[in-house]
Design a protein. Sequence first.
Length: 231
Amino acid sequence: MTERINHTFTAEYKINPYPGLFIVIEGLDGSGNSTQIECLRNYFTERFKYQKGGIQVIKEPTYGPAGASINWVLRRGLTIDDQTLQLMFIADRSDDLLNERTGIVKFLKTQGNVVLGDRYIASTPAFGNIAGLDKDWLLFIQSKFILPDYTFFLDVKPHICMERINKRNNGIDRFEKLEHLEKAYQGYGYIMRKIPDLMIGIDGERPISDITKDLISYIEKSPKLPGKLHF
Ligand code: ADP
């Protein structure tokens, strides 16, 4: 009787093939994700006169059926297996992408639409690393998800994130959390090395407006920007 059965899978990630622009910002808690998403929202609104309907901002977990379960588990502080929790995040992301009524893919099919995502594929292996989960497997099972046109990783060292979180939360936090941030940071580092084209590393320890300028310099190269498109 054999004790193992081996099988090798290969993954191929497809970059957003739709006319809408899909941008994601990855990073640790406190690295400035929400801040930069807001700056990019302002950029699209002011520079291209985007109305609310043309920009969709995604924050995970979502309010969809799978996201609602995650919120329910986290809010109540229920005991949940770490792998199961990460799979729930993946399920939430899958529905958020593919839901035929509200999904990102449907939205991206309209030229000129923009999706700004606060975390996406890489956050699962990165945060799963806190519990020592298999990062390659967590990346592999998401290989059917389209990749954004741009995924930026806001690189901010864990102790700086911690300082910012403490300031934001009026000093309430725990040492234990720094260890979590360090593990998640190592997780992001692993992904950057393993699939270098997945994310663009951005030095997130600079002033907010310098970072936004950097992001915009990449985004301005996109052929999908208004003005470069026929509306
Ligand atoms: P996240 O969404 O990644 O948790 P936030 O955008 O909420 O992070 O930022 C965390 C805190 O750090 C906020 O108080 C924010 O004002 C501050 N912050 C964000 N970006 C910077 C930056 N580049 N330099 C200094 N402080 C920042």
